[in-house]
Design a protein around this ligand. Structure first.
Ligand code: MN
Length: 343
């Protein structure tokens, strides 16, 4: 029995790779662990060589050119293709890259993901590649960093679901909320995470809208259960054992606003009970529940407020807090674009 049988739980033959990994490629032309499994050599009909190339995470070709071009077919994983002087293009399973003749480029895996591609490399006479300098660690790092930045900028499918669920609950739009709840579960939100979103919403749009949302969610779960869908329950909140809730809530609020509060002001000073409830209950009891993190909670709040009328000053304050939890300008623009679609 091979090691891969133990690791994957599948017989070795049932692994996802189409072709064997092949033999290591020379360090003169490749950085990291790269392998070639030759499939076809040039012959009297085919003026190209065909091979499956496996790049382990971090592995890549040197910079190089092909005198008659090359076609790549990505069969597994994710990586990059970059032409000299242009931004790298992220490539993944199913992507095709048509590389023109004599264009300097490299291809390889992402730093944390492996990539396998088939390479169809055309010949000009007896030559199909001209090798150049290695892709430096700095060039490669820049590519991966820019890629992470690009990815981090946008709302994920789960975040988009949080936005829709919160906005429809706040607006009392139960029909569209049900669709958003289905999508949320399908995009990987757990049952407990969605419960938590709907519970938090009572603080922003009142018990009636929150309870209607929870009732809609119960119906959606029943419907999915009847269809045989097994939704993931997810974990529960860890118990909150803070004895001084007021101080705990005040601390959380200060973290969110990024400002120290010396003494309650405005409405909080005028009606001290509201100051107590906001800190002890909203920012301590509710925000301490770790089923959602503070960034997710601010996403819930901003989405609910953006879907309601007459709460502009609160919305403005929470956009600031959302940014302090790491949500980007681009992500927040996407939140408003999503909510405008729902109106
Ligand atoms: Mn190439």
């Amino acid at each position: 029995m091979s090691i891969s049988t133990f690791i994957s739980g599948f017989p070795a033959g049932a692994q996802s790779s189409i072709f064997p990994k092949g033999d290591p490629l020379p360090a003169d032309y490749f950085t990291g662990q790269a392998f070639l499994h030759p499939l076809l050599a040039k012959d009297k009909n085919n003026e190209f060589a065909l091979g499956s190339v496996t790049f382990e995470p971090g592995a890549r070709t040197n910079w190089h050119t092909h005198p008659k071009g090359q076609v790549l077919i990505v069969t597994e994983g994710e990586g990059f293709y970059q032409e000299r002087g242009k931004p790298a293009r992220r490539i993944k399973k199913g992507d095709i890259v048509n590389i023109p003749e004599n264009v300097e480029h490299w291809h390889g895996a992402a730093s944390t993901r492996k990539m396998v591609h088939i390479a169809i490399t055309n010949y000009k006479g007896d030559q199909n590649v001209v090798w150049l300098k290695p892709v430096s660690a700095q060039e490669y790092q820049t590519t991966n960093d820019e890629d992470k930045y690009e990815y981090a900028q946008h709302l994920t499918a789960r975040q988009q679901s949080i936005v829709r669920i919160s906005a429809f609950t706040a607006a009392g739009n139960i029909d569209d909320l049900k669709v958003a709840l289905h999508t949320g579960l399908d995009s990987g939100l757990t049952v407990n995470e969605i419960k938590e979103i709907l519970v938090q919403l009572y603080a922003y749009c009142g018990f009636p809208r929150s309870l209607n949302g929870i009732t809609a969610f119960m119906a959606v779960l029943e419907d999915r259960k009847a269809r045989g869908v097994q939704d993931i329950e997810g974990r529960q909140a860890t118990p909150f054992e803070e004895t001084d809730k007021y101080q705990a809530g005040k601390k959380t609020l200060q973290e969110l606003t990024g400002k120290e509060e010396k003494a309650p002001a405005g409405a909080n000073a005028f009606a001290p009970a509201v100051d107590t409830f906001l800190k002890e209950h909203l920012f301590a009891d509710i925000f301490s529940r770790d089923v959602l993190d503070h960034q997710q909670r601010e996403l819930v709040t901003v989405s609910a407020l953006a879907a309601m009328a007459g709460v502009e000053s609160q919305l403005q304050a929470h956009v600031g807090m959302a940014k302090n939890t790491g949500l980007t300008e681009v992500q927040l623009k996407e939140v408003f674009a999503l909510i405008n679609q729902t109106k």
